[in-house]
Write a protein that binds this ligand. Sequence first.
Ligand SMILES: Cc1ncc(COP(=O)(O)O)c(C=O)c1O
Length: 430
Amino acid sequence: MNELAEKLNETLGDAAEFLSPLGRRMYFPYGGILGQGAEARACRVNATIGMAFEEDGSPLVMDCMAANLGIDKSAFLYAGSFGLPALRDKWCELQVAKNKSLEGVRYSRPVVTNALTHGLRIAAELFAAPGDEVVVPDLFWDNYSLIFEEAAGARLHLFNTFREGRFDAAAMKEALLSGDAPKKLLVLNFPNNPTGYTATLDDAREIVAAVAEVAAAGRRVVVVLDDAYYGLVYEAGVHGESLFAEFAGLSPNVLAVKLDGVTKEDYAWGLRVGFIAFAFQGATDEQLKALEAKAAGDVRSGVSNINSVGQRLALAAFASPDYTAQKREKYAVLKRRYHEIRTILRLHPEYADFFEVMPFNSGYFMCVRPKGVDAEAVRRRLIDGYSTGTIVLSGLIRVAFSTTPTAKLAQLFADVAAAVADCRDRKDVQ
Ligand SMILES: Cc1ncc(COP(=O)(O)O)c(C=O)c1O
């Protein structure tokens, strides 16, 4: 059991006897991203948060998303457990427009979720039984532990994320084939949190081929595609579209689950509007509708239905004639920062003495691995000595360039190198 859960149970003492097994496992991850983010709140540079800010520090939000807060009284009615029909259809239409590979692919109508976290939880509840294995790259968003392990009682099976600067599809295949479980879940998240990596076209081919082989060996795989950062790719040669289309028709042994939403790609984190959709080879309309009903039943049993105001705001933004141009504008802010980081790293080859840059090409973040010193010590030194907040995950320092003004990026990397040097000088090595 997680240490934090144990502490809470200890505090509850005899009252812990009231808890269910799930209740006993549950904890709040104070020490993870949220706790580290809170420690950085007063810092001059706060590169911790999975949101985005303009160069002047104001929220990076599209005007068309914020323009309709005076929506009419129908926003106070229930949206229904499946979500607003018009929003579901519009999202479907946008998906096909953004993912040409989805044209002609048969998949379910998306069901509205309370953003992606809730979609992940629904996927966990529908497909992961206690003890089931969930195969995940070892550089992953830490909430997967809380969702799949503590809430669903499943087990994360981590595999090596990178080999020689590329996604390690062979390690993924090995993890899927290990043991003799007839069914496993696989969670893929591109662009990835924390690394900011998206599979290249070659990686994507290997990933799909590996799952095809596993399926051909008679194993069932539920492929959960966490597309939270969809569309935020900044390099050519990267697989810019969701892998959902490839998995949708791959094999009767593969069920593809697509999770996406407005949170990150439409810069509306607090709106809480996401979607879950399903596909498998040979699925009939009735089968897809049955999966939609399963998801909506899970929504109904958990939160009844999703906030109608958020759904209507999203719908109004999508209908705005300015939506596409404003979205492009916001994307350009993040892309500029990405290229600025590439330039900084090129101009400072000496940083290689202090940290290794992990592969990145997309998303909100990038990561470095400090050399010879503990990442947590460097994170603390960055706060105390340089008033700079970062996040440590899996031994890496994650830098959110989504929140850091372009003009502050050069200093930030200089400070990371200096903090590593400070830790070395103090023999703060583990
Ligand atoms: C990879 C990944 N998936 C899902 C989420 C959850 O997003 P939401 O706010 O839509 O629940 C996040 C948020 O940080 C994330 O980084």
